[in-house]
Design a protein around this ligand. Structure first.
Ligand code: ZN
Length: 147
């Protein structure tokens, strides 16, 4: 099993958000594409445990079998299913934020295309040299922008 700390687009593709009867959980396909006896891709369920305030996953990593004495055969580990769900939730929050911003711009009278471009625009980073050049240009021609 490979352990990665960063989430790949392929892993996000295997992650499905389910909203059912007011309950939200995720189904994450296993990374190897293993299928069950009926030919269905094996999925693990990741949900939020309100009592313990954590995410739980039904995959074997977090749920080790116990031996005949009742001891766990290995210690529970965290898995990439949890990490990919966290990444998914974060991207969803960003998406919702962008959408809310678009709505706001549209309400203010901007057309949809402009609103989307602005909402999804990445913050521009200027180098110090660029900032200095702009500042000195402003000092030389303070009102040029108004003309
Ligand atoms: Zn898992």
């Amino acid at each position: 099993m490979t352990t990665t700390t960063t989430i790949t687009p392929e892993q996000l593709d295997k992650t499905h958000r389910i909203e059912h009867n007011g309950e939200i959980f995720y189904l994450v396909e296993n990374s190897r594409g293993d299928v069950d006896d009926e030919g269905n891709v094996i999925e693990y369920r990741v949900s939020y445990d309100k009592a313990h305030k954590c995410l739980t996953c039904t995959c074997p990593a977090g749920n080790p079998p116990s031996d005949e004495h009742g001891y766990l055969k290995y210690s529970p580990r965290t898995c990439w299913h949890l990490r990919v769900v966290i990444a998914h939730v974060q991207s969803l929050r960003q998406e919702n934020k962008a959408r809310a911003q678009i709505d706001l711009y549209v309400q203010q009278g901007f057309d949809l295309e402009t609103s989307m471009r602005v909402a999804y625009a990445k913050p521009t980073e200027y180098s110090e040299a660029q900032v200095k050049r702009a500042q000195s240009a402003n000092q030389a021609r303070p009102f040029s922008i108004l003309r």
